[in-house]
Design a binder for this molecule. Structure first.
Ligand code: B1M
Length: 209
């Protein structure tokens, strides 16, 4: 990687969103292929994930890097659509019913987008019915649920049950996470995957796609 793309990579890594925006604009204006621009940003987010796992980056660094990536993506997205670049997979994501905590979920969504997934973010306090409707509409590869409260965790099970009732459970992989969630809980409710943090969520999603 060299020139503007290297500078874009560094801007994402350092969370400099204005520089990232400028570098994406310059690269596109200079005729660089949108997929190469995307690749530079995805590679940078991969490195952010690695630094987080190694304890060199913490949540704030990951958040500002993800925001820089998001700013770059906003400029790149129309070009990607034009170039017809296929996403790695589609994910319907949300924080479960009764739960308003969305910071972790947003971070997970940003990291997944950074890894090339198309994310349909339903927000927070998402009812099982809303998940079912979104699955029918978007036909995603994944349903990604977040819960931060022990009192709202059971709504993950309720949502899986609703997907079953609607006959769409087997059409998707269910990925769950959030501070009180464990591997054992994921297994208990019949989810397909659990991730402890945003970086691992990307790894699990990639391994399941
Ligand atoms: Co609330 N809150 N909160 N809160 N809050 C907690 C969760 C709590 C642990 C604080 C405490 O008591 N120590 C506690 C829960 C206790 C429990 O259930 N056992 C709690 C409580 C009790 C409450 C209220 C009930 C308080 C009240 O009103 N009495 C209330 C509930 C409101 C509701 O949801 N209905 C409430 C409200 C709020 C605020 C609105 C003020 C605010 C949320 C703002 C927002 O999100 N927009 C808030 C906050 C900020 C917190 C703490 C302090 C921080 C949460 C956070 O954003 N962390 C939290 C204490 C804590 O966690 N230390 C707390 C940073 C974020 C990056 O991490 O969300 O864990 P996290 O996400 C991580 C991983 O968990 C994982 O990846 C993320 C990034 O690495 N992950 C996934 C998350 N989702 C994933 C999905 C995946 C994979 C990985 O796959 C799909």
């Amino acid at each position: 990687m060299e020139g503007e793309l290297k500078e874009l990579y560094n801007a994402i890594l350092e969370g400099q969103r204005d520089v990232a925006k400028e570098k994406v604009e310059q690269a596109l204006a200079g005729g660089v292929n949108p997929s190469e621009v995307l690749n530079a940003m995805v590679t940078a987010m991969g490195e952010v994930g690695r630094l987080f796992e190694e304890g060199e980056y913490f949540v704030p660094e990951m958040l500002i890097a993800a925001r820089a990536m998001k700013t770059g993506m906003e400029i790149l997205k129309p070009q990607l659509v034009d170039a017809d670049i296929q996403p790695v997979g589609t994910i319907v994501a949300g924080t479960v019913k009764g739960d308003l905590h969305d910071i972790g979920k947003n971070l997970v969504c940003m990291m997944l987008e950074g890894a090339g997934f198309q994310v349909v973010d339903l927000g927070a306090d998402v009812s099982p019915e809303a998940f079912v409707t979104a699955v029918k509409e978007h036909q995603p590869n994944f349903v990604a649920m977040s819960a931060l409260l022990t009192t709202t965790m059971p709504n993950m099970q309720t949502t899986i049950d609703a997907l079953k009732e609607a006959g769409v459970r087997d059409d998707v992989k269910v990925l769950i996470g959030g501070a009180p969630i464990t591997d054992a809980y994921a297994e208990k409710i019949g989810a397909d995957g659990y991730a402890a943090d945003a970086s691992r969520a990307v790894k699990v999603a990639k391994s399941l796609v």
